[in-house]
Design a protein around this ligand. Structure first.
Ligand code: GYE
Length: 328
């Protein structure tokens, strides 16, 4: 009579142990699920800069043990709004996104706030009536970038004969986007005090190679040899412009002074070859900062509201032989 009771006791013990192990496995799974969940809405893949930005976020999420839900909106604000709403419905811990244009986000930001999900605005900025609708903006100072482009041109002009007049074609980024508006403002404000610098035209190439090429073809048709300076709001459009210059027998860097923004490796190489005169830096490497901010927000730690990357201009007047590889 003793033996069956002993076996029953052993069975119960085994089941109990199994249940305990099960519990501890579940605890481990829960822990995995506890990893911070970040919903990231990327606006598109229009440039090398943008692709570098996406990779930076993916790599940093992996290194930080952050689970990433990534949506690419392919240049559509509608798609970005849908992605943001799906993150809210999924109840992610934090949302980060790069807004394609600066207006039109208040409703969705309010929905995120009501759901208790903090929002990090990365790269481009938003204009909102209620500043409490997002937690942090991390990115570049686009106005300063325009100023640096303008300062380079003033310096270049000072090296040319005094009677020189420089006619500028401005190739702008996506209409209504913060880098387009602010780079333009910074540049215009800086060169406005110099009457020998004139803005011939401003046309939008939407930050894309193909559209940049198209616009510069049109500008060359329209202005011919009056076209002295190209200020391109990003490197991608500048690559397209160089193709157009090639078709028209224009030597970039000499016949036309070329200024661009971003600082991709390819642009720096063109600068070293003398085909580009000035490249203003704008770093897409924001991933690590985003992960740190996301963690701090979830932990309830204080965060800085506005975080700017530190940036410089690379010009034909600089010694760039020691410049480290750009990484994008
Ligand atoms: O300059 C451009 C990209 O928003 C700063 O977007 C970014 C800009 C960048 O497409 O290449």
């Amino acid at each position: 009579m003793q033996k069956p009771r002993f076996w029953a006791f052993l069975m119960i013990l085994v089941l109990f142990m199994a249940a305990l192990t099960g519990c501890s496995n579940r605890a481990k799974d829960d822990k995995k699920d506890d990893a911070l969940l970040l919903g990231f809405s990327q606006l598109g893949s229009e440039s090398g800069w943008r692709i570098g930005n996406t990779i930076s976020v993916q790599d940093a999420a992996q290194a930080a043990g952050v689970r990433l839900m990534l949506e690419n909106a392919n240049q559509s604000q509608e798609k970005q709004l849908t992605a943001l709403r799906s993150f809210i419905a999924y109840r992610v811990d934090v949302i980060a996104f790069s807004p394609i244009v600066q207006d039109g986000w208040d409703n969705v930001l309010r929905e995120a706030k009501e759901a208790g999900i903090p929002v990090i605005i990365e790269d481009r900025t938003v204009v909102t009536k209620d500043e409490s609708l997002y937690a942090v903006h991390v990115g570049s100072d686009f106005y300063s970038e325009g100023v640096m482009a303008g300062e380079y041109l003033l310096k270049k002009l000072s090296t040319l004969p005094p009677e020189t007049v420089l006619n500028v074609v401005e190739l702008t980024g996506t209409q209504g986007s913060s880098p387009m508006l602010l780079r333009s403002a910074g540049f215009h404000d800086t060169v406005a005090k110099e009457p020998r610098i004139r803005i011939l035209d401003s046309v939008s190439g939407d930050f894309m190679i193909s559209k940049g090429k198209e616009c510069v073809r049109l500008m060359l048709e329209k202005y011919g040899s009056d076209f002295d300076v190209l200020f391109s709001h990003n490197d991608a459009m500048m690559y397209g412009a160089l193709e157009a210059f090639g078709e028209y027998g224009v030597t970039p860097g000499k016949d036309v002074i070329v200024i661009s923004v971003d600082g991709e490796q390819e642009a720096i190489d063109l600068l070293k070859e003398g085909k580009v005169n000035c490249v203003v830096e704008c770093t897409p490497m924001l991933g690590e900062a985003i992960m740190q901010i996301a963690k701090d927000l979830v932990d309830g730690k204080p965060v800085e509201r506005e975080i700017y990357s530190s940036e410089r201009a690379f010009t034909e007047f600089d010694d760039l032989s020691q410049l480290a590889p750009r990484g994008y």
